[in-house]
Unconditional design. Structure first.
Length: 98
């Protein structure tokens, strides 16, 4: 009976350790203040690169709308590059704790 209680106690202890360990590692972590939101800009840039590839590979001209869309994608890419440059030159102020 004592052996069975020791096994149950060991299993419960391991469960608590694993449970609290998992909880500690899954806490939401905020990105550093200097890069806040920059990963979203990079994701958008990647999506625009993909859109540009698809538009250039399209065989039909769609009445000039494909070319206009391609121009707009290139403009959006240029804007995102400027946004990244601005973010690097003007990092956000660190949040103050109250």
């Amino acid at each position: 009976m004592l052996k069975r209680s020791a096994i149950v106690a060991s299993v419960l202890a391991i469960g608590f350790v694993l449970g609290f360990g998992t909880l500690a590692f899954t806490q939401e972590k905020k990105p550093p203040a200097t890069r806040a939101g920059l990963h979203l800009i990079h994701a958008a840039a990647k999506s625009l690169e993909d859109a540009e590839k698809h538009l250039t590979r399209a065989e039909h001209h769609f009445g000039g709308h494909r070319a206009k869309a391609l121009d707009l994608v290139k403009q959006a890419e240029a804007e995102l590059k400027q946004a990244v440059e601005y973010a690097k030159a003007n990092p956000p102020a660190p949040a103050t704790k109250q």
